[in-house]
Design a protein around this ligand. Structure first.
Ligand SMILES: [Zn+2]
Length: 257
Protein backbone atom coordinates (compact mmCIF):
# COMPACT_ATOMS: atom_id res chain seq x y z
CA UNK A 1 0.00 0.00 0.00
CA UNK A 2 2.67 2.48 1.01
CA UNK A 3 4.73 1.38 -1.99
CA UNK A 4 1.82 2.22 -4.30
CA UNK A 5 1.41 5.58 -2.65
CA UNK A 6 5.09 6.36 -2.98
CA UNK A 7 5.04 5.40 -6.64
CA UNK A 8 1.97 7.51 -7.29
CA UNK A 9 3.46 10.33 -5.25
CA UNK A 10 6.73 10.43 -7.13
CA UNK A 11 4.95 10.12 -10.47
CA UNK A 12 2.72 13.04 -9.52
CA UNK A 13 5.72 15.02 -8.36
CA UNK A 14 7.46 14.44 -11.68
CA UNK A 15 4.35 15.58 -13.53
CA UNK A 16 4.01 18.57 -11.23
CA UNK A 17 7.58 19.59 -11.86
CA UNK A 18 7.10 19.24 -15.63
CA UNK A 19 4.05 21.45 -15.27
CA UNK A 20 6.01 24.04 -13.29
CA UNK A 21 8.71 24.05 -15.94
CA UNK A 22 6.07 24.66 -18.57
CA UNK A 23 4.48 27.33 -16.43
CA UNK A 24 7.75 29.19 -16.27
CA UNK A 25 7.70 29.51 -20.03
CA UNK A 26 6.50 33.02 -20.68
CA UNK A 27 3.83 33.63 -23.26
CA UNK A 28 5.34 34.91 -26.49
CA UNK A 29 8.33 37.15 -26.04
CA UNK A 30 6.62 39.95 -24.15
CA UNK A 31 6.79 40.97 -20.54
CA UNK A 32 3.56 42.30 -18.97
CA UNK A 33 5.13 45.75 -19.04
CA UNK A 34 5.74 45.49 -22.78
CA UNK A 35 2.18 44.29 -23.37
CA UNK A 36 0.81 47.32 -21.56
CA UNK A 37 -2.48 47.55 -19.67
CA UNK A 38 -4.24 44.61 -21.26
CA UNK A 39 -6.49 43.22 -18.58
CA UNK A 40 -10.22 43.65 -18.18
CA UNK A 41 -11.00 45.91 -15.28
CA UNK A 42 -14.04 47.33 -13.63
CA UNK A 43 -16.26 46.69 -10.66
CA UNK A 44 -19.19 45.41 -12.74
CA UNK A 45 -19.37 41.73 -13.59
CA UNK A 46 -20.76 40.46 -16.89
CA UNK A 47 -21.62 36.75 -17.18
CA UNK A 48 -20.94 35.58 -20.73
CA UNK A 49 -20.14 32.44 -22.68
CA UNK A 50 -16.49 31.39 -22.99
CA UNK A 51 -16.94 31.76 -26.79
CA UNK A 52 -13.95 33.31 -28.58
CA UNK A 53 -16.23 35.75 -30.43
CA UNK A 54 -17.44 37.57 -27.32
CA UNK A 55 -15.90 40.77 -25.97
CA UNK A 56 -16.82 42.08 -22.54
CA UNK A 57 -17.95 45.76 -22.57
CA UNK A 58 -15.46 48.34 -21.39
CA UNK A 59 -15.49 48.90 -17.63
CA UNK A 60 -16.76 45.39 -16.93
CA UNK A 61 -15.06 42.20 -15.94
CA UNK A 62 -16.17 38.91 -17.48
CA UNK A 63 -17.37 35.80 -15.67
CA UNK A 64 -16.88 33.36 -18.54
CA UNK A 65 -17.94 29.76 -18.92
CA UNK A 66 -19.81 27.48 -21.32
CA UNK A 67 -23.13 29.15 -22.24
CA UNK A 68 -23.41 31.50 -19.23
CA UNK A 69 -23.58 28.56 -16.78
CA UNK A 70 -26.00 26.55 -18.98
CA UNK A 71 -23.68 23.53 -18.59
CA UNK A 72 -22.76 24.05 -14.93
CA UNK A 73 -23.15 21.13 -12.57
CA UNK A 74 -24.46 23.06 -9.57
CA UNK A 75 -28.18 23.36 -8.84
CA UNK A 76 -30.13 26.47 -9.72
CA UNK A 77 -30.58 27.81 -6.16
CA UNK A 78 -26.85 27.55 -5.43
CA UNK A 79 -25.98 29.23 -8.71
CA UNK A 80 -28.46 32.09 -8.19
CA UNK A 81 -27.29 32.71 -4.65
CA UNK A 82 -23.64 32.69 -5.74
CA UNK A 83 -24.23 35.19 -8.55
CA UNK A 84 -26.32 37.41 -6.27
CA UNK A 85 -23.59 37.42 -3.65
CA UNK A 86 -21.05 38.45 -6.27
CA UNK A 87 -23.31 41.32 -7.36
CA UNK A 88 -23.36 40.29 -11.03
CA UNK A 89 -24.59 43.21 -13.17
CA UNK A 90 -25.37 41.54 -16.46
CA UNK A 91 -26.06 38.05 -17.81
CA UNK A 92 -25.80 37.47 -21.55
CA UNK A 93 -26.68 34.83 -24.10
CA UNK A 94 -25.40 34.73 -27.67
CA UNK A 95 -26.28 33.44 -31.13
CA UNK A 96 -24.83 30.15 -32.40
CA UNK A 97 -23.79 28.96 -28.94
CA UNK A 98 -22.24 25.49 -29.05
CA UNK A 99 -22.75 24.96 -25.32
CA UNK A 100 -26.45 25.85 -25.60
CA UNK A 101 -26.73 23.29 -28.43
CA UNK A 102 -25.25 20.58 -26.19
CA UNK A 103 -27.50 21.62 -23.29
CA UNK A 104 -30.58 21.55 -25.52
CA UNK A 105 -29.81 18.02 -26.72
CA UNK A 106 -29.11 16.98 -23.12
CA UNK A 107 -32.52 18.29 -22.03
CA UNK A 108 -34.45 17.09 -25.12
CA UNK A 109 -32.83 13.72 -25.95
CA UNK A 110 -35.69 12.58 -28.20
CA UNK A 111 -35.77 15.59 -30.51
CA UNK A 112 -33.99 15.48 -33.85
CA UNK A 113 -33.17 18.08 -36.51
CA UNK A 114 -33.20 20.92 -34.02
CA UNK A 115 -32.90 24.33 -35.70
CA UNK A 116 -30.38 27.00 -34.73
CA UNK A 117 -33.30 29.34 -33.97
CA UNK A 118 -34.61 26.86 -31.39
CA UNK A 119 -31.18 26.64 -29.75
CA UNK A 120 -30.75 30.44 -29.79
CA UNK A 121 -34.17 30.78 -28.12
CA UNK A 122 -33.20 28.17 -25.53
CA UNK A 123 -29.98 30.03 -24.72
CA UNK A 124 -31.85 33.34 -24.53
CA UNK A 125 -34.53 31.95 -22.20
CA UNK A 126 -31.93 30.39 -19.91
CA UNK A 127 -29.98 33.63 -19.50
CA UNK A 128 -33.08 35.83 -19.29
CA UNK A 129 -34.57 33.74 -16.48
CA UNK A 130 -31.24 33.49 -14.68
CA UNK A 131 -30.83 37.28 -14.91
CA UNK A 132 -34.33 37.80 -13.51
CA UNK A 133 -33.62 35.46 -10.57
CA UNK A 134 -30.27 37.11 -9.86
CA UNK A 135 -31.61 40.66 -10.31
CA UNK A 136 -29.20 41.44 -13.15
CA UNK A 137 -29.66 42.95 -16.61
CA UNK A 138 -30.08 40.59 -19.55
CA UNK A 139 -28.55 41.07 -23.02
CA UNK A 140 -28.57 38.93 -26.19
CA UNK A 141 -25.42 39.11 -28.30
CA UNK A 142 -26.35 38.86 -32.00
CA UNK A 143 -23.97 37.50 -34.67
CA UNK A 144 -23.08 41.04 -35.85
CA UNK A 145 -21.89 41.91 -32.36
CA UNK A 146 -19.52 38.95 -32.24
CA UNK A 147 -15.91 39.10 -33.33
CA UNK A 148 -15.89 35.84 -35.24
CA UNK A 149 -17.69 34.48 -38.32
CA UNK A 150 -20.99 32.75 -37.34
CA UNK A 151 -19.79 29.31 -38.45
CA UNK A 152 -16.16 29.46 -37.38
CA UNK A 153 -14.31 29.56 -34.06
CA UNK A 154 -11.01 31.08 -35.19
CA UNK A 155 -9.35 30.68 -31.79
CA UNK A 156 -5.90 29.21 -31.24
CA UNK A 157 -5.90 29.69 -27.48
CA UNK A 158 -7.93 29.22 -24.30
CA UNK A 159 -7.42 31.73 -21.50
CA UNK A 160 -7.93 30.30 -18.02
CA UNK A 161 -7.97 32.54 -14.96
CA UNK A 162 -9.77 35.19 -13.00
CA UNK A 163 -9.26 37.96 -15.49
CA UNK A 164 -8.82 37.99 -19.19
CA UNK A 165 -6.52 40.09 -21.29
CA UNK A 166 -8.27 42.66 -23.43
CA UNK A 167 -7.87 42.41 -27.18
CA UNK A 168 -4.22 42.90 -27.89
CA UNK A 169 -2.46 42.43 -31.19
CA UNK A 170 0.31 40.46 -29.55
CA UNK A 171 -2.01 37.89 -27.97
CA UNK A 172 -3.72 35.02 -29.79
CA UNK A 173 -7.50 34.96 -30.09
CA UNK A 174 -9.05 32.61 -27.61
CA UNK A 175 -11.87 31.15 -25.56
CA UNK A 176 -12.05 32.38 -21.97
CA UNK A 177 -12.73 30.20 -18.92
CA UNK A 178 -13.03 32.08 -15.62
CA UNK A 179 -11.92 30.39 -12.43
CA UNK A 180 -13.05 32.87 -9.81
CA UNK A 181 -16.42 31.38 -8.95
CA UNK A 182 -16.72 28.12 -10.87
CA UNK A 183 -16.32 24.61 -9.43
CA UNK A 184 -13.08 22.88 -10.51
CA UNK A 185 -15.02 20.11 -12.30
CA UNK A 186 -16.94 22.72 -14.32
CA UNK A 187 -13.73 24.59 -15.18
CA UNK A 188 -12.18 21.39 -16.52
CA UNK A 189 -15.32 20.46 -18.44
CA UNK A 190 -15.36 23.91 -20.05
CA UNK A 191 -11.69 23.63 -21.01
CA UNK A 192 -12.29 20.18 -22.54
CA UNK A 193 -15.27 21.52 -24.47
CA UNK A 194 -13.29 24.55 -25.70
CA UNK A 195 -10.46 22.25 -26.89
CA UNK A 196 -13.01 20.08 -28.72
CA UNK A 197 -14.66 23.07 -30.39
CA UNK A 198 -11.34 24.72 -31.34
CA UNK A 199 -10.03 21.52 -32.91
CA UNK A 200 -13.37 20.32 -34.32
CA UNK A 201 -15.19 20.96 -37.59
CA UNK A 202 -16.21 24.51 -36.51
CA UNK A 203 -12.70 25.35 -35.32
CA UNK A 204 -9.33 25.90 -36.96
CA UNK A 205 -8.80 22.14 -37.22
CA UNK A 206 -6.54 19.56 -35.69
CA UNK A 207 -3.83 21.01 -33.48
CA UNK A 208 -0.54 19.11 -33.36
CA UNK A 209 2.68 19.06 -31.34
CA UNK A 210 4.19 21.34 -34.02
CA UNK A 211 1.22 23.68 -33.93
CA UNK A 212 -0.39 23.25 -30.52
CA UNK A 213 -3.49 24.88 -29.13
CA UNK A 214 -2.36 27.21 -26.34
CA UNK A 215 -3.92 27.03 -22.90
CA UNK A 216 -2.89 30.29 -21.31
CA UNK A 217 -3.01 30.50 -17.52
CA UNK A 218 -3.64 34.13 -16.63
CA UNK A 219 -1.90 34.71 -13.32
CA UNK A 220 -1.66 31.90 -10.80
CA UNK A 221 -4.25 29.15 -10.75
CA UNK A 222 -5.31 27.53 -7.51
CA UNK A 223 -3.60 24.25 -6.70
CA UNK A 224 -6.46 21.87 -7.48
CA UNK A 225 -7.25 23.52 -10.81
CA UNK A 226 -3.56 23.43 -11.67
CA UNK A 227 -3.25 19.73 -10.82
CA UNK A 228 -6.33 18.77 -12.80
CA UNK A 229 -5.22 20.86 -15.75
CA UNK A 230 -1.78 19.26 -15.57
CA UNK A 231 -3.32 15.78 -15.82
CA UNK A 232 -5.51 16.79 -18.73
CA UNK A 233 -2.65 18.40 -20.68
CA UNK A 234 -0.35 15.41 -20.05
CA UNK A 235 -2.96 13.21 -21.79
CA UNK A 236 -3.11 15.39 -24.92
CA UNK A 237 0.16 14.20 -26.49
CA UNK A 238 1.50 17.66 -27.17
CA UNK A 239 -1.45 18.99 -29.16
CA UNK A 240 -2.26 21.29 -26.23
CA UNK A 241 0.45 23.46 -24.69
CA UNK A 242 0.45 25.48 -21.51
CA UNK A 243 1.72 29.04 -21.29
CA UNK A 244 1.63 31.57 -18.52
CA UNK A 245 0.57 35.17 -18.81
CA UNK A 246 1.64 36.89 -15.59
CA UNK A 247 -0.62 39.56 -14.15
CA UNK A 248 1.25 42.55 -12.74
CA UNK A 249 0.31 43.17 -9.11
CA UNK A 250 -1.05 46.62 -9.82
CA UNK A 251 -3.41 45.32 -12.50
CA UNK A 252 -4.54 42.41 -10.35
CA UNK A 253 -5.46 44.89 -7.65
CA UNK A 254 -7.40 47.10 -10.03
CA UNK A 255 -9.23 44.08 -11.41
CA UNK A 256 -10.18 43.04 -7.89
CA UNK A 257 -8.43 39.66 -7.99
ZN1 LIG B 1 -21.57 29.98 -26.33
Amino acid sequence: MSFTHETEGSEMEREASRFSEQQKKPLLAFTPEELGPVFEQGPKICVACMDDGIDIPEGMKGDRNAGSYIMAGEDRATLVSKLRKRGVSEITAHANCGAAGIAYRRDHPNEHDVSQETIDRYAATWSKELAADVGAEYRFISPEKMSRPPELHDASAIYVGDIKPLKNRELPKGFVVSTESAAVADILNDIRLAVDIASGSHGLGEFTADNPLKIIAVGELDRTTQEQLEKYIAAQEGRVELSLLPVPEQEAELAGV
